[in-house]
Structures are given as structure tokens and as C-alpha cells.
Design a protein. Structure first.
Length: 312
């Protein structure tokens, strides 16, 4: 049904589908009308009227199955920073906007959590706890380590801000060099000096398989690889081989495929911490999602340029 926030049910007002109550937006523009819809479960009868579609928070492409029925569609707004699964299915002429910025805080927190947990042996503590065993050992600290952030965008910047107080040296890498940031082409020379490598690159033709046997082979003994970007960025067979040798350790929030099959050799690889792609899913997500969508809708209603446009 129409939200009372729309100021009425006038059919000439552009229709917005939201995956949450429009009241969460605080002050959405009154010149639009709103419906709460999750077309992955049920497609409302108003599908042909939708002008602005805010997708449910899902990782796959199922949120786009409804697009052929949206004859009046102008904008698709995702709540994910990555749009690689959605982009190919968005019709020509329809603007696609990413959720860039929504997950910066959550993902940065998890990246730091994975680094600290891996270095300080937290997974082993949990296993010892379950066995009621007391094992004191020496563990490396994060302090005084050299951290390489590969994919220095908004989330990379958030990771840097959270790592800086730990007394580390940080080197930043992006697709192209700029002031204070190295180009990704420089990685072969940068990797040997890194103690911790954090991956936060988008999935592109250039980054798919970026972390291969040659990349891993350049890491120093004892290095830690942390992937909070996309699973296909890492050659998992090459990673398993390095982990099995005991030369490096790793922490992965993303794998390929997801969910990770029980038969995957990653499950049994030594020195590996796996989290189930939860980088963006925390209490920090929704306030930022609501702010982004609200601001986007005000721009849309005013005919102003949208933020985070990646297509169209």
C-alpha cells in the first residue's frame, strides 16, 4: 500500500520500491510515493509503475529477476558496494547506483578484527576453550608491522584510519598511482616487505585472480593475507598450497563459491580463519543505508545528479 509519507496516493507521483519502511528515511521527498517490496519473494501488482527500485540487501543477481517487468524503471539502487552480479542485467538507459559508503565502517571493522584475531591466535584460543585446555604461546603483535592495503578507495581509507592507532606502517595501493598511493602495477616490488596484506579491490577483469601463485610467492615468510573484497580475487588452489606449506597465514571473509561447500579444501587448510561474508552486515549498515537512500531520493525528486552512478 502507499505510505502515508507520500502525502496521498496520486498515481502521477513516481513510485519508489523500498526494502524497508519509508519511515526509516526520516524525511523522504513528499513528491514521490513509496511501497515496501521484496520482489524476490513476491512481485506486487504495481511493478510496471516503479521508477526507482531500491533492491533488497542480497549478494546475488536474484534481485534483478523482476527488471523485465519494470517498464517505467529509471533507477536501480543497490545496498551493496559491489554491483558485478547486477550490472549485466540492468536495461540500457536505466541508471544503476551502488551502495558505496554504506559498508565502509562495518567492513573496516571486520578487516581489523580478522587481522588481530589471526595474528594473536584467537581461533586457537576458541578451540582450546572448547577442549578446556590452557596453552600459553608467543604470538606476533600488530604493532610495528608493515600493512599493505590493496584497493585504496573509501573502504580502504576507513581501514587505514582504524589501523593507524596500532603503530603500524601502511602502504596504499590502487588501480592508478596518485599522491601517497602506489599503482597496482607496483605490487611485485611492494609485496616482499609486507607483513599484512589487506585486499579490498573491486572485482574486475584486472583483479580476478590477482592473488595467484606468483603474488603469494612474493610474500615474506609469516605474512598474513586478509581478503574482504571478493572471492575470485584470490586463486584458492594457490592459497591452499601456500597455507599447507605453513609459510603464510590468511583470513577470508569472501570465497568462491559462496556458501563455501563442505568439500572445499579451504576448510581444512592450516593457518586460515574464515568468516561467512559478513563484512558489511552489522548494526552500522542500516543507518548509513537509510541516509544514502534518503539523499538519493531527494536528488531524484529534484532532478539533480545521483551519487554512486556506475551505469546509465
Amino acid at each position: 500500500m502507499d505510505s502515508p509519507l507520500s502525502g496521498g496516493s496520486a498515481s502521477d507521483r513516481p513510485l519508489v520500491w523500498l526494502p524497508f519502511d519509508p519511515a526509516e528515511l526520516g524525511d523522504p521527498p513528499q513528491t514521490l510515493r513509496y511501497e515496501v517490496a521484496d520482489p524476490t519473494r513476491e512481485v506486487p501488482d504495481s511493478v510496471a509503475e516503479v521508477a526507482y527500485y531500491v533492491t533488497p540487501y542480497q549478494m546475488g543477481s536474484s534481485v534483478t529477476d523482476v527488471l523485465p517487468q519494470m517498464s517505467g524503471l529509471q533507477v536501480v539502487q543497490t545496498l551493496t558496494a559491489g554491483v558485478d552480479a547486477v550490472r549485466p542485467r540492468v536495461p540500457a538507459g536505466v541508471r544503476l547506483c551502488s551502495g558505496r559508503g554504506i559498508h565502509d565502517a562495518s567492513t573496516a571493522e571486520l578487516a581489523v578484527t580478522l587481522v588481530l584475531a589471526s595474528l594473536r591466535g584467537v581461533p586457537g584460543f576458541v578451540r582450546d576453550h572448547d577442549r578446556r585446555e590452557w596453552n600459553q604461546q608467543w604470538y606476533p603483535a600488530l604493532a610495528d608491522r608493515h600493512v599493505l592495503i590493496v584497493g585504496y578507495g573509501a573502504i580502504g581509507e576507513a581501514i587505514e584510519a582504524r589501523l593507524a592507532p596500532f603503530e603500524v606502517t601502511i602502504t596504499k595501493v590502487a588501480r592508478s598511482a596518485r599522491d601517497g598511493v602506489h599503482a597496482i602495477a607496483e605490487l611485485p616490488d611492494l609485496l616482499p616487505s609486507a607483513d599484512v596484506v589487506v585486499l579490498i579491490v573491486p572485482l574486475t577483469d584486472e583483479t580476478r585472480g590477482l592473488v595467484d601463485a606468483a603474488f603469494l610467492g612474493r610474500l615474506r615468510d609469516g605474512a598474513l593475507l586478509v581478503n574482504v573484497s571478493r572471492g575470485p580475487v584470490v586463486d584458492q588452489d594457490a592459497l591452499v598450497a601456500e597455507l599447507t606449506s605453513g609459510r603464510i597465514t590468511a583470513a577470508l571473509d569472501v570465497v568462491d563459491p559462496e556458501p563455501l561447500p563442505s568439500s572445499s579444501p579451504l576448510w581444512g587448510a592450516p593457518g586460515l580463519l574464515i568468516s561467512p561474508h559478513v563484512g558489511g552486515t552489522s548494526s552500522a549498515m542500516w543507518p548509513r543505508a537509510h541516509r544514502l537512500v534518503r539523499d538519493q531520493l531527494h536528488r531524484f525528486a529534484a532532478g539533480e545528479p545521483l551519487a554512486n552512478v556506475v551505469q546509465g
